[in-house]
Unconditional design. Structure first.
Length: 139
């Protein structure tokens, strides 16, 4: 499948979901990664006007889960996130954040994704790790 087809498919499934609410957009895909961006504005601020950690984690889990569907043959398996962790290292008030999910471990059942979240200058905002599980679909 072509790069634009993958991105179009990922963006199309966001309608009427949390990803649409947070305005998450999938913007790049490669051999072993998927990248999404999210605007930083009052929709995702905590009360003191900086990016909410929960919104950051939602971005990371969204791009990691979408990457799992892209790279793990989701036509034959269901993919579910089973653990996510995040270390928030820098605050941001506006602009965009980018989350790039890269597959670190592709087991038959368990996968491990590394998802750094950066600002537009490439500075690390949060470092996230997502563990997913693949389960056979009930046919």
């Amino acid at each position: 499948m072509e790069k634009t087809d993958i991105l179009d498919r990922c963006n199309a499934i966001c309608k009427n979901t949390l990803m649409e609410t947070l305005r998450i957009e999938y913007v790049d895909v490669g051999e072993n990664f998927l990248t999404a961006k999210m605007p930083v504005n009052n929709r995702v601020h905590q009360p003191d006007g900086v990016l909410h950690g929960g919104a950051t984690v939602a971005l990371a889990e969204s791009v990691g889960s979408a990457a799992a569907f892209v790279f793990l043959n989701a036509d034959k398996v269901m993919v579910r996130g089973i653990e996510i962790s995040a270390n928030h290292v820098k605050s941001i008030k506006d602009g965009y954040v980018y989350a790039k999910a890269t597959l670190l471990h592709r087991g038959k059942t368990i996968q491990l994704w590394h998802i750094p979240v950066t600002n537009e200058s490439g500075q690390l905002i949060s470092d996230c790790k997502l563990t997913t599980i693949t389960l056979k679909k009930d046919v």
